[in-house]
Design a protein around this ligand. Structure first.
Ligand code: GYE
Length: 328
């Protein structure tokens, strides 16, 4: 008897679920303009939690959505593309209004983006870009990573303006195949290529993670003896590398000039303490721009294909005493 009641309950629940899906999932979607009571649902497929930058990014988006009254469906992919794709597919099945995601790497998205397009769900790329397939997403919001790499290179040129060279550089690269890693490498090389005294001795990936940055730097220090400069694609890896540099008995910021990217609080503190020489900013605080763009898209307004966040650069020559807390 009990079993039968339980079965009936399960059946009712399944039917209710089908009804809910049916009501929310079929037919034409109401635009915000026709239905002001409609709560916008944004599916955000974050790639992971590999750095303080990323945690700050997640916080910014979560808070901005809450403030704007947008319902956020949040997923995290533990740095795996297949998880991110699965999470995006769940948003399509749920028929969210807009999907946003930070593509962990530049390639391999065409199928899932086509599925979102077929379902009529606009997609916003946040923070990282993809290669090609521009017709499959609405816009990109984030930094210009080529510019960041160039800013890092420009600092280096100034710092070594009076040195004959060679200037031996080692590079810690972010996640292989990701747009920030590819473009930060490219921009940096563009800035220094005219002067042959700058020599990149080696480039190793630390996957944007502190522990891997530490490991990679300790390997590099065993192999290369005359390192003048460390160029690292993010603060997390740089902070890990500094631990290895100190362990090897060298003084970061003096024996090895250190250039980093992101501008998280711990890096700015290290810059103030003389352990880094230059930190290129990359703001993760994309939340307000993202919700603004979501609203515009839902109101049928045109949005630019690329919305770049402006970044600055902090160096050992700046007075940073009045710099407000970074928020990440
Ligand atoms: O620099 C790094 C993070 O994609 C721009 O990813 C972002 C990078 C950022 O893990 O700290």
């Amino acid at each position: 008897m009990r079993k039968a009641v339980k079965r009936a309950h399960v059946l009712i629940e399944v039917l209710c679920f089908i009804v809910i899906i049916g009501l929310s999932g079929c037919g034409e979607k109401a635009s915000v303009a026709d239905n002001s009571n409609h709560t916008l649902v944004l599916g955000f497929a974050q790639l992971g939690a590999e750095s303080s930058w990323r945690i700050g990014n997640t916080k910014s988006i979560t808070e901005a959505a809450k403030e704007a009254g947008i319902q956020l469906m949040y997923t995290e992919a533990e740095q795996k593309q297949e998880n991110q794709i699965k999470n995006i597919r769940s948003f399509i099945a749920y028929r969210v209004d807009v999907i946003a995601f930070s593509p962990i790497v530049e390639t391999g998205w065409e199928n899932v983006l086509q599925e979102a397009k077929d379902a009529g769900i606009p997609v916003i790329l946040t923070d990282r870009t993809i290669e090609g397939y521009e017709e499959l997403y609405t816009c990109y919001i984030g930094s210009n990573f080529i510019t960041e790499g160039k800013m890092a290179g420009e600092f280096l040129k100034k710092k070594f303006a009076y040195s004959k060279g060679p200037v031996n550089i080692v590079e810690l690269v972010g996640t292989v195949g990701s747009s920030p890693a590819e473009e930060r490498s490219k921009g940096f090389r563009q800035a220094i290529r005219d002067d042959p005294k700058f020599v990149i001795q080696t480039s190793i990936s630390g996957d944007f993670m502190r522990s891997k940055g530490k490991e990679a730097m300790s390997k590099i220090l065993k192999e290369y003896k005359d390192i003048d400069v460390l160029y690292s694609h993010n603060d997390a890896m740089t902070l890990g590398a500094i631990e290895s540099i100190e362990k090897a008995g060298l003084v970061p910021g003096k024996d090895i000039v250190i250039i980093s990217i992101d501008g998280e609080q711990e890096a700015i503190d290290a810059l103030k303490a003389g352990k880094m020489n230059c930190v290129v900013e990359c703001s993760p605080l994309l939340g307000p721009t993202l919700v603004d763009t979501v609203k515009k898209i839902m109101n049928g307004e045109e949005v630019p294909k690329a919305i770049y966040i402006e970044d600055s650069v902090f160096t050992e020559w700046d007075d940073l005493s009045d710099l407000p807390p970074r928020g990440y």
